[in-house]
Design a protein around this ligand. Structure first.
Ligand SMILES: *Cc1c(COP(=O)(O)O)cnc(C)c1O
Length: 337
């Protein structure tokens, strides 16, 4: 049996999704003439409670466009130390946006607004530039799928208002935060000036992310997307996959969460994970040698990824069912015993 738990990006488009892609009316979206892209953008803006939204090829491009909207060249963005925007986008903030970044430490990606408050630079000094924006990741990927809830998010908004800085949300997995917590999407993203969301993670679309903000910022974002080479022509076939996923796949995330939780509970007795900290679709395992664990699990058909020398990441998704999970639990239990 083959079970790929490396990431929620490995999913295949479902039959219904392929149908929707085939049927999608399309046009040249660089001219703003693709009805399926327009429909997706309107839909995402509406469910996030933002004025407008823009379809882009990847989550990294969505984040980088949003950060360029909020932070000028040579100005500063703050982010958590393991945040995707600073740790996993190949230096794009600096290389493309000219953005200086500084990071704060966290416990598993949890947000402590008081710490962020201490890191914000309110005045330009002889040696420093002013902080223009703070980026937050929800759920937090490298933290282990950590969900951040409105009390912390709203407290951060108050601090940002007092300091005059903007807030960006890397909401690649905001859908998971919403499904796990029951908090409406619009409430989770309300404190943020810009939001990026991924359609190609747990939702299972083959390609695509969306940036949402004010209509004015989204107009500027359209220019930045073109500048970065992200203007797409008959992209409606891809957008249709995203619309399909929002309607048909969002609710299925609850199954991913249940399966991740079951795995964590089964492996907790081996002292490798804390099942109570698993609330979405990511499980982290502390093992003596992650590369060796990955290699041995693969021999039995279970693919997982090594995050660092002693941490393995297991991610549940649309293409893993209960039977495959049983196999994965059995294989990993055997390795840990
Ligand atoms: C996957 C991911 C992104 C975007 O990744 P792309 O591969 O560029 O689509 C951004 N933020 C987080 C937290 C992610 O997990």
């Amino acid at each position: 049996m083959h079970v790929d738990l490396r990431s929620d990006t490995v999913t295949q488009p479902t039959a219904g999704m392929r149908e929707a892609m085939m049927r999608a009316p399309v046009g040249d979206d660089v001219y703003g003439e693709d009805p399926s892209v327009a429909a997706l953008q309107t839909e995402v803006a509406q469910i996030l409670g933002k004025e407008a939204a823009l379809f882009v090829p990847s989550g990294s491009m969505a984040n980088q466009i949003a950060m360029q909207l909020l932070v000028g060249r040579g100005e500063e963005l703050l982010a958590e130390a393991d945040a995707h925007v600073v740790a996993n986008e190949v230096g794009a903030a600096a290389a493309i946006g000219g953005i200086s970044t500084r990071t704060w430490p966290s416990d598993k990606g949890r947000l402590d607004p008081a710490i962020v408050d201490q890191y914000i630079r309110r005045r330009v000094g002889y040696h420093t530039v002013a902080t223009r924006a703070v980026a937050v990741e929800n759920t937090h990927n490298r933290g282990g799928g950590t969900v951040i809830l409105p009390p912390e998010l709203n407290r951060l908004r108050d601090i940002a208002d007092e300091a005059g800085v903007a807030l960006h949300l890397d909401g690649a997995r905001i859908w998971n935060a919403h499904v796990a917590s029951g908090v409406p999407l619009a409430e989770l993203v309300a404190p943020f000036d810009t939001v990026s969301v991924c359609l190609s993670k747990g939702l299972g679309a083959p390609v695509g992310s969306v940036v949402a903000s004010t209509a004015e910022r989204v107009e500027l974002a359209t220019m930045l997307r073109k500048r970065m080479g992200g203007g797409m022509r008959q992209a409606g076939m891809l957008a249709a996959a995203g619309s399909y996923a929002l309607t048909h796949h969002m609710g299925l995330l609850a199954h991913d969460h249940a399966r991740a939780s079951r795995l964590a509970q089964a492996l907790e007795p081996y002292g490798v994970t804390d099942a109570g900290s698993v609330s979405t679709n990511i499980v982290q395992l502390r093992v003596p040698d992650s590369a060796e664990f990955v290699r041995e699990a693969k021999v039995d058909g279970v693919l997982v990824s090594a995050m660092d020398a002693g941490t393995v990441r297991v991610v549940t998704h649309l293409d893993v069912d209960d039977e495959q999970m049983d196999h994965a639990v059995a294989v990993m239990s055997k390795l840990l015993a």
